[in-house]
Write a protein of this length. Structure first.
Length: 60
């Protein structure tokens, strides 16, 4: 049976009027690999911050 170890659903992050994350979703299953392939660096640091620091998401 697959064991889910991380779930990100409907996460948005806005800082100083700039939207970095807009309603993102992903699930991480134990034993699977996840890669992030951004088109640019916009939002990458904010996503890592949301995952590592478990910060409150923006509701707008």
């Amino acid at each position: 049976m697959k064991k889910e170890i991380l779930r990100i659903e409907n996460v948005s992050r806005k800082i100083d009027g700039i939207t970095y994350l807009d309603n993102i979703n992903f699930h991480l299953i134990k034993g699977e690999m996840l890669g992030l392939l951004p088109l640019d660096n916009h939002g990458k640091e904010q996503l890592i911050e949301v995952i590592t620091k478990n910060i409150k998401q923006d509701l707008y």
